[in-house]
Design a protein around this ligand. Structure first.
Ligand SMILES: [Zn+2]
Length: 255
């Protein structure tokens, strides 16, 4: 991967936002490979494609590119709320690629937020634009990065170092089976993993998770079967190879 972007291609554009988009998209299309299959390239989609900037023509994995010099810590501003939610419900949500760059357009990091981790709990609806706005009533969204467990963030370039392609793909593919579940089911799985990670240890018990029932209730208000749901998610996570059952309600994280 070439880590220097060609900033000269955008000299004709005045708007800094437009320049950044042209430079970063050009770099991405020339350097990035598909994370889900063996394809060595992704294709730019037509302008204004709903919640997608790039597509792998081999496997259909979608990518949306976000570029910044300083990553927002908690949430990312994204496009239309309804478009992204419908993509999530259809299991065609994009993988978000967060490109960190220097002022002089040197690529410092590239992190993929796995499409399987984009669930309704992670997408926050913004207030509609006021009736005085040019697009009155339009409703955007925020992507709550703080609600995504570290498993959902896959480093491709870290601190200026390109990680081995095979490792990156292996980490990405581990969570591809979740795409076959409904958005609601995936939401439970990724929330459970997120809460397990906050325990901060590799061994835990069922009561450790039951004690966090309030956190599950916050994401799924009104659900009266939270403990049963937690047990079901532990099985899904075991089948993904994330944890093992040690017997007697004890679990061990494997990754
Ligand atoms: Zn692919």
């Amino acid at each position: 991967m070439q880590l220097e972007c060609d900033a000269t291609i955008a000299l004709a554009y005045k708007s800094p936002l437009q320049r950044a988009r042209i430079i970063s998209e050009s770099w991405f299309s020339q350097n990035v490979y598909c994370l889900a299959c063996e394809s060595d390239g992704v294709t730019r989609t037509k302008p204004n494609t709903r919640a997608t900037d790039f597509l792998c023509e081999t496997c259909g994995q979608r990518y949306e590119l976000k570029t910044f010099t300083k990553r927002p810590p908690k949430s990312l501003v994204d496009g239309a709320y309804a478009a992204l939610i419908s993509r999530i419900n259809e299991s065609t949500a994009p993988t978000l690629c967060l490109l960190g760059r220097s002022e002089s357009w040197h690529v410092q990091s590239l992190t993929a937020i796995h499409s399987s981790f984009l669930t309704p709990w992670v997408i926050e609806q913004r207030p509609p634009l006021s009736r005085h706005a040019r697009r009155a009533g339009w409703t955007g969204c925020n992507i709550r990065l703080d609600r995504i467990p570290p498993d959902g963030e896959i480093a491709i370039i870290d601190d200026g170092i390109c990680l081995p392609k095979s490792e990156v793909r292996a980490r990405f593919r581990c969570f591809l089976p979740l795409a076959r579940l409904s958005a609601d089911q995936r939401g439970w799985t990724t929330l459970t993993l997120s809460i397990i990670r906050t325990l901060g240890r590799s061994k835990f018990t069922l009561p450790d998770l039951y004690m966090r029932e309030q956190q599950f209730a916050e994401a799924y208000p009104g659900n009266r079967h939270i403990q049963a749901k937690i047990r079901q998610q532990l099985q899904v996570l075991r089948d993904l190879g994330i944890l093992s059952f040690e017997g007697g309600g004890r679990y061990l994280l494997l990754t």
